[in-house]
Structures are given as structure tokens and as C-alpha cells.
Design a protein around this ligand. Structure first.
Ligand code: FAD
Length: 489
């Protein structure tokens, strides 16, 4: 074991959506930051659905962007189908969503992270946290100790992660990636409260084996709207999604094999996301439904990227049953699977142990963010990462933490829900969670948050000046509407 003598300001464990925002914002605020993650290759990886935003989640992306975070810009640069959901409803309920080229997304995010001044990134598996009474000192990997003034844990589904498919069980944090067992043990040995949750993902399909002519087409918006308030562009070609449907034969195969599903055969005890149910779940709970809609979403725009994500078909059935039920679906009669679906069970950290800054109540300078706090989704993770990153830096300077209120931001609603109510199931954002939702619109996120980002030193001078010009333009237009009268004739 060697000891790295350099003392960093902020150590970030994990390079997922929470870890990237945390490490980027900490270094942009001037903190010497070290990110330790399992592999450079998986920085910013989309573990499941290749999409960003949606109802409630789009609000989070806009808020992250308005504060100076990265997710919105990367989504703009790598989106291959943009749609505003609820477009026909009131402005407050609209949610921007994009399908992403999943390889491009992680590559762009990885380049931003690896080229960020003040941020060092290394590969490694963190096994322990190093404490001195009620303060965090650093972290321990298999062969080295690292010390930092603040530490942020963003390990997603990796703590004691176990993949299930049929009765096959593999210790893993995601497919082909190790499970972080020792870190989980270290947390429970130190009397932190952990829970167990689960989630699942569908098979990835080979687009060359799908009969596209039999499927309905779903196009993106004709004039796509980007996420970011700042300079960013929709760069990639826009592609269609397709819609398929399950039928009685699909349902029969799944019903006949329920005992082989890890989710139904009693192999998994963790609590799963009610709003992203597996196909087994949907067929059992909505037995009267004759069919379920499946969105066939391309995972990239180029010819070489042959993977299709069948949104709505998450499963933990054995591979041969996955083949059998998929091939009953019109258009998928000859489909090939590139990566079979699976369920994953993992340890999560009870977020009621956290303050509203995402710092632990009983250990100072230790922060938790992302899926580990019992949430689900890239946007929820990124938003927590950003706040944890900001507060980890403020803590090193003995400054007051940034706490967003429930009437100020969806981010504030989410963190307040997590730390005051805890989680009974994976937490995802919905507009219905925000009691001030008529005021917390996507389009006014900059009005609510950009000044804060500027004062924290995250928003550039140029962006802040552009924002101020927008403020002036809007308020002069509003004044004008009060003075000027237009006769309908
Ligand atoms: P992750 O993206 O998981 O990133 C964790 C990071 O920590 C990784 O970079 C990893 O390398 C690193 N790491 C972990 N342990 C260590 C360690 N000990 N030392 C060093 N580095 C470490 N979300 C949805 O919204 N809907 C879904 O349907 C859905 N399905 C999912 C299905 C599966 C199978 C999985 C795995 C996830 C699914 N998700 C889903 C969740 C979504 O992927 C997460 O919400 C999101 O990725 C969480 O981001 P994060 O940054 O918290 O963690």
C-alpha cells in the first residue's frame, strides 16, 4: 500500500452522471480535484436508456445548465431525436427530451472531464473511506491511499451490485464491470444505514434484423429545441424511432415462464422503480391489457451503430425466453439480440442521513450524490452531483452551503424529498412532486438560478452578460405590453 502525499481539495468517487458534474463543478470553482473511477472508458456512460430529459427530468437538465453544469450541452451535442413532451399543454408541464447517441454522449463527456484544468482523473476501485472520528480524511483503493478535504461518493448501482438473469447471478455493478463489495462493507461497518434496490434493462437489438416496414414511425420535432441556455448546437443528424406492440403470444410466453424471471422467481428482494416496470411486471399487474407499446429507439445515428433499445421491454428472463417472446412481436420475427436484458440489485444509502447540502449529518466533509441515494435516472444523479460538488468546495472554504428551496428549483424539491422523507422505492422526478410547479418552468430556469451560478464562479462572464441582456429584453417587452394598446381592427 502506498500513500499519495498530495492532499486534494475534493475527491470524487465515480465517473457516472453524478460524478462528472461533481468533479467538473468542483474544479471549475478552483478546487484541486481528483476523480477516481473504474475505467476512463465508462465516464459518462448511459447504463440503460440512451435518452436525456422528459417530463420533470427536462426541468432538472435545464436547472443543471442554468447553474453552469454540463449535462444539457452534452445532450445537445449528441442528441439524435429531440421532442418537447406535453407540447400541447401549459408551459410549466412541458419537458424537453432527446434520444442520444450513447457512444457520442459518453465520448463527449469523457473528453470534457479529461481536459478540465484542475481535475485529475485516475482509474481505480475505491475500497474504503478513511475517517478520523467524525471527519473524512480520504479514500483507499487496493494499492493506494488518497487524501482530500472533502469526499463525494457517487458509485451508482455498484455497491454490492449483483446482476440477475433467470437463475444466473453475477456479482457486477453493470454488465462486465465489477461490484464494489468492499466499499459497501466499509459503509455498513461504519454504521451507515443501507437499503437494497433493483432496476432492470431490456435486451439491445440488432437493427439489421428488424423488419422496419412493419412498424409505425415516430419522428422528432420538426424544429428541435436544444436544452442549453448557452452556446451549444444540435450537431448530429436527427433520426426516427419506431413503435411496436406486444401481443397475446408475447404475453403467454412471459406468463408461462414467470418462475424463470429473477424478478418473479424470488431471487431478488430489492425494491424496483414503479415507473419503469419490467415487461414481466406489466403483464402481471395489467393482465387485462391486450398489448403494450414498445418504442424502438436507435442508440446511435450512424450505420456502424447497430444497437436498438426497445424501451418498455426491460426483463430478467433467461436469454432463450427473451428471444422467444421478442420474436412474437410484429417486425421482430427474426430479431437478434446483441446484449440480453438483465436486472440488477444494489445497495443504496438512506438519504435521510444527509443534510440539505448532501453532506453527511454525522461525518463532516463527506457527501453522497446520485443513484446511491436511492434515486433513479441520469438527470436526478447529475443534479445531485452538481450540488454535492458545489457544497464540497464551499465546505473546504468554510462557507455556507448552497441549498435550493422547494419554490426555487426542482433540484430543491428532490433533495428536500430525499433527506426529509427518505425513499421507499427508487425516486424519480415528476412535475407532481413540486408544489410550486406552475412557477418552476423549464424556460425560466435561468431566471431562477443563473445569478447563483455566476456568484459561485461557475457561469462565465460572457454567458452572464448574455443572460442579463435577455433579462433586459424581456422586462422591456413586458413594460411595453402594459403601455401599448393594439386595436384588433
Ligand atoms: P452511475 O452512472 O452508475 O455511475 C457510477 C460510477 O461510479 C461509475 O463510473 C463507476 O465506474 C464508478 N464506481 C462505482 N463504484 C466505484 C468504486 N468503488 N470505486 C471507483 N469508482 C466506482 N435509470 C432510469 O431512469 N430508468 C431506467 O430504466 C434505468 N434502468 C437501469 C438499468 C440498469 C441495469 C442500470 C445499471 C441502471 C439503470 N438506470 C435507470 C439508472 C441510471 O443508469 C442511473 O440512475 C444513473 O446512471 C446514475 O448515475 P450515477 O452517477 O449515480 O451512477
Amino acid at each position: 500500500m502506498t500513500t499519495n502525499l498530495k492532499k486534494f481539495d475534493v475527491l470524487v468517487i465515480g465517473g457516472g452522471h453524478a460524478g462528472c458534474e461533481a468533479a467538473l463543478v468542483a474544479s471549475r470553482m478552483g478546487a484541486e480535484t481528483l476523480m477516481i473511477t473504474l475505467s476512463f472508458e465508462t465516464i459518462g456512460q448511459m447504463s440503460c436508456n440512451p435518452a436525456v430529459g422528459g417530463i420533470g427530468k427536462g426541468h432538472l437538465v435545464k436547472e443543471i445548465d442554468a447553474l453552469g453544469g454540463e449535462m444539457g450541452k452534452v445532450a445537445d451535442a449528441t442528441g439524435i431525436q429531440f421532442r418537447v413532451l406535453n407540447a400541447s399543454r401549459g408551459a410549466a408541464t412541458r419537458g424537453t427530451r432527446c434520444q442520444s447517441d450513447y457512444l457520442a454522449y459518453k465520448n463527449v463527456m469523457k473528453q470534457i472531464v479529461l481536459n478540465q484544468p484542475g481535475l485529475q482523473v485516475i482509474e481505480g476501485l475505491v475500497e474504503e473511506l478513511i475517517f478520523e472520528s467524525d471527519k473524512i480524511l480520504g479514500i483507499r483503493t487496493e494499492n493506494e491511499d488518497y487524501f482530500g478535504k472533502s469526499v463525494i461518493v457517487t458509485t451508482g448501482t455498484f455497491l454490492n451490485g449483483q446482476i440477475h438473469r433467470g437463475n444466473e447471478k453475477i456479482d457486477a455493478g453493470r454488465v462486465s464491470e465489477p461490484s464494489a463489495k468492499r466499499l459497501s462493507l466499509c459503509l455498513s461497518n461504519n454504521f451507515f444505514r443501507l437499503g437494497r434496490m433493483k432496476t432492470g434493462t431490456p435486451a439491445r437489438l440488432d437493427k439489421r434484423t428488424i423488419d422496419w416496414d412493419k412498424l409505425d414511425v415516430q419522428l422528432g420535432d420538426q424544429s428541435p429545441k436544444k436544452f442549453s441556455f448557452w452556446e451549444s448546437e444540435i450537431l448530429l443528424p436527427q433520426v426516427p424511432c419506431h413503435i411496436a406492440y406486444t401481443n397475446s403470444s408475447t404475453h403467454k410466453i412471459i406468463n408461462d415462464n414467470l418462475q424463470k424471471s429473477a424478478l418473479y422467481g424470488g431471487e431478488i428482494n430489492g425494491i424496483g422503480p414503479r415507473y419503469c416496470p419490467s415487461i414481466e411486471d406489466k403483464i402481471v399487474k395489467f393482465a387485462d391489457k391486450k398489448r403494450h407499446q414498445i418504442f424502438l429507439e436507435p442508440m446511435g445515428y450512424s450505420e456502424e451503430n447497430i444497437m436498438i433499445y426497445p424501451n418498455g421491454l426491460s426483463t430478467s428472463l433467461p436469454i432463450e425466453i427473451q428471444y422467444n417472446f421478442l420474436r412474437t412481436i410484429e417486425g421482430l420475427e427474426k430479431v437478434d439480440i446483441i446484449e440480453p436484458g438483465y436486472a440488477i440489485e444494489y445497495d443504496m444509502f438512506d438519504p435521510m442521513q444527509l443534510k440539505s447540502s448532501l453532506e453527511l449529518k454525522k461525518i463532516s466533509n463527506l457527501f453522497f450524490a446520485g443513484q446511491i441515494n436511492g434515486t433513479t435516472g441520469y438527470e436526478e444523479a447529475a443534479a445531485q452531483g452538481l450540488i454535492a460538488g458545489i457544497n464540497a468546495v464551499l465546505k473546504t472554504r468554510n462557507e455556507q452551503p448552497l441549498v435550493l428551496n422547494r419554490d426555487q428549483a426542482y433540484i430543491g424539491v428532490m433533495i428536500d424529498d430525499l433527506i426529509t422523507k427518505g425513499v421507499m422505492e427508487p425516486y424519480r422526478m415528476f412535475t407532481s412532486r413540486a408544489e410550486h410547479r406552475l412557477f418552476l418552468r423549464e424556460d425560466n430556469a435561468d431566471f431562477r438560478l443563473t445569478k447563483i451560478g455566476w456568484e459561485l464562479g461557475i457561469i462565465s462572464k460572457e454567458n452572464f452578460q448574455n443572460f442579463q441582456k435577455k433579462q433586459i429584453a424581456i422586462s422591456s417587452l413586458l413594460k411595453k405590453t402594459k403601455i401599448e394598446k393594439i386595436n384588433p381592427t
